[in-house]
Write a protein that binds this ligand. Structure first.
Ligand SMILES: Nc1ncnc2c1ncn2[C@@H]1O[C@H](COP(=O)(O)OP(=O)(O)OP(=O)(O)O)[C@@H](O)[C@H]1O
Ligand SMILES: [Mg+2]
Length: 492
């Protein structure tokens, strides 16, 4: 894993990582709070051999002897003999084995010092036991050395640091425990995040979408904008903001879409409900209409029609009425805004939308619309659960598939593609909707895909041309406007 992908992992899954880290910290804090507090008391012995101090060689050997004995005495300190003598002397009600486990001993390296530590639930009890050790242990050593040699003991054990006393518990150690918990939690969070990412098959980049579409381009990346719910179709071309900018770019990319016929009949579908088909169709139609492209939206979603609602148009008679010969097209066609976008709402909801949409009448209607409009956009229901898109697809030039960022799975998009292709509908391109800002490549939309590159190249050319000519800035603006209109309008 490169540093870049590691940072990307943190950025993508920071919530999971934070939650797991805090959870582990909380668990270790809880365990620490429930753990019995232990206190300790330590004392230090000095082990010396009795020799003639005037003889340097003997003094050196005695020192070596003391160092060797210190290790043996350390074992005796934690042995059963001392523990049982302490139990007897203090009268504490504790099994000898348990007391033994409470005593630890450590020979200070390269010295003749021996440190003993007693731990207990009470600081006073710890010191009481340590005091008993201070009294009993030197006598025990004296006795042992005497019995072994039959002479006066040559090794003397003296207390040089009396038993300590401290109210501060030696365990648990809250800071160390919680710190360890947080670090382990962080590692577990990162591991979980990596596992979740490797199991996540939802599509998040134009690259992934294009791959699932068999190399077809992604025409646009529409950013996630919470305001869409309350204002799905802002309408005003002049509006600033990344979402409106994305639709302007989508319009330009749409102009590059290659179909066999000069006029475009394109349907918009997606794998699942709520992927953003209707909002995309409405906003693209308005963006096209704004630059003078005669555009019509046909609401082919007869199950959950939303286009009328999004555009503020009544959904009275519409498509179904025309298909059933209950109304004339001219009578039910509505106009949105300044005459540039016409809308054919779904009309009365029929019991058999699939049959109606796949009918010969539908084909004839599409051909009539193709004659009247430069661009015909069909808003379809989702393609995975319903066959409506496949039924209409054969009358269109092709389909654009809306993919919802972080929700549509690779396999779902593949299935949509396959079902459309096998029904004879060419898949023309994709649109990635609800893109979270972190996946837009630093606020820029477009991943170096064909259309964007072409657009950028054209803009650069226009800029260079404008600079070369007098009146550069205005000329450039005009060139860009003409391009946008021209590209969209080039379908005529
Ligand atoms: N870019 C976006 N950012 C935030 N919310 C969005 C975006 N695009 C669409 N939405 C919201 O998602 C919901 C579904 O949008 P829309 O109706 O366009 O989806 P749909 O694919 O047409 O749904 P259906 O399958 O029901 O026809 C709406 O509430 C809309 O406001
Ligand atoms: Mg819809």
């Amino acid at each position: 894993m490169t540093l870049r992908s590691f940072l990307g992992l943190i950025k993508d899954r920071w919530k999971l990582i934070v939650v797991v880290t805090l959870l582990a910290g909380a668990v270790s804090a809880g365990v620490t709070a429930r753990t019995t507090r232990m206190y300790s008391s330590s004392l230090t012995f000095f082990v010396s051999a009795q020799v003639d101090s005037s003889n340097v060689v003997q003094a050196y050997q005695a020192n070596l002897l003391s160092q060797q004995k210190v290790q043996s005495y350390a074992n005796l300190l934690t042995g059963p003999m001392l523990a049982s003598a302490v139990v007897q002397a203090t009268g504490i009600s504790m099994p000898t084995a348990e007391l033994q486990s409470r005593i630890s001993a450590q020979a200070v390296p390269q010295t003749v010092l021996l440190r003993a530590t007693v731990t207990s639930e009470s600081p006073r009890r710890a010191r009481e036991i340590a005091s008993a050790i201070a009294k009993i242990f030197p006598d025990q050593i004296n006795e042992l050395e005497h019995t072994a040699t039959g002479k006066a003991s040559t090794a003397v054990v003296q207390v040089v640091a009396p038993p300590s006393y401290s109210d501060a518990p030696v365990s648990p150690q809250p800071i160390r425990n919680v710190g360890t918990g947080l670090v382990l939690g962080l590692l577990a969070g990162l591991a979980l995040a990596a596992a979740a990412r490797s199991l996540d098959t939802t599509l998040k980049t134009a690259d992934q979408v294009s791959q699932m579409l068999g190399g077809k381009p992604v025409l646009g990346l529409i950013p996630y904008d919470p305001a869409t719910r309350s204002n799905p179709v802002p309408g005003d071309e002049s509006l600033a903001g990344p979402r409106m900018e994305a639709f302007r770019k989508l319009r330009v990319s749409f102009g590059f879409l290659e179909v066999d016929t000069p006029r475009k009949v394109v349907m918009f579908t997606s794998a699942l409900p709520n992927d953003g088909k209707s909002t995309t169709v409405c906003n693209l139609a308005i963006a096209l209409g704004t630059v003078g492209t005669r555009t019509v939206i046909v609401e082919c979603d007869m199950r959950r029609p939303q286009v009328g609602r999004y555009l503020g148009l009544p959904n009275g008679a519409g498509l179904t009425d025309v298909l059933l010969d209950r109304a004339r097209l001219e009578d039910v066609m509505q106009t949105w805004g300044d005459d540039s976008v016409d809308v054919l709402t779904s009309g009365m909801l029929p019991p058999n939308p699939g049959d109606l949409l796949g009918s010969r009448k539908m084909e004839q209607l599409i051909e009539r619309l193709r004659e009247r409009y430069e661009v015909v956009l069909l808003d379809m229901p989702p393609a995975l659960a319903l066959a409506d898109a496949a039924a209409v697809g054969r009358y269109c030039d092709g389909a654009i598939i809306v993919t919802r960022h972080g929700r549509t799975r690779a396999a779902q998009l593949r299935r949509v593609c396959d079902s459309l292709t096998s029904a004879g509908t060419p898949v023309l391109a994709g649109v990635l909707n609800m893109v979270r800002s972190r996946d837009t490549g630093g606020g820029r939309y477009g991943y170096g895909y064909g259309y964007y590159e072409a657009e950028r190249a054209q803009r650069k050319d226009a800029r260079l041309g404008a600079q070369a000519r007098p009146g550069g800035a205005e000329a450039e603006a005009e060139t860009q406007t003409a391009q946008a209109g021209g590209l969209a309008g080039s379908t005529t």
